[in-house]
Ligand binder design. Structure first.
Ligand SMILES: [Zn+2]
Length: 117
């Protein structure tokens, strides 16, 4: 069991939270202009990186508020949490990767931001 830092409540057990998918996926600017393939891509296609990943989470049995987090998909550890609409926090190379996962290579924040669209 790990603790997740809710931006409003502080550290809480992970069972209080629910995953909300990839963060920073913008709603289409002109949804009526999209064809079926473009809609399918918007609805179903998401990044699936090995390593740091910007995600949406909700403190579902606490304050019920949404926030973004950067989590390592290899170790499941949270590197940072930040508010919805906030920029992806700059993470020091090596700091975000858990020491018990020598195979994971931390992604510099600049790469993470470009991957987040
Ligand atoms: Zn909370």
């Amino acid at each position: 069991m790990q603790l997740i830092e809710c931006p409003w409540c502080g550290p809480r057990e992970e069972i209080e939270f629910s995953y909300g998918g990839e963060a920073h996926v913008p709603y289409p600017a002109e949804p009526a202009a999209l064809d079926d393939t473009e809609w399918a891509h918007y609805v179903f296609f998401r990044s699936n990186p090995k390593g740091l990943f910007a995600e949406r989470w909700v403190h579902s049995v606490g304050c019920r508020r949404w926030f973004n987090a950067v989590r390592d998909t290899v170790t499941y550890r949270f590197a940072a949490v930040y508010p919805i609409g906030g920029a992806v926090p700059a993470l020091a190379t090596g700091e975000a990767a858990a020491s018990d996962a020598p195979d994971s290579t931390p992604v510099p924040a600049a790469e993470l931001e470009s991957a987040a669209r």
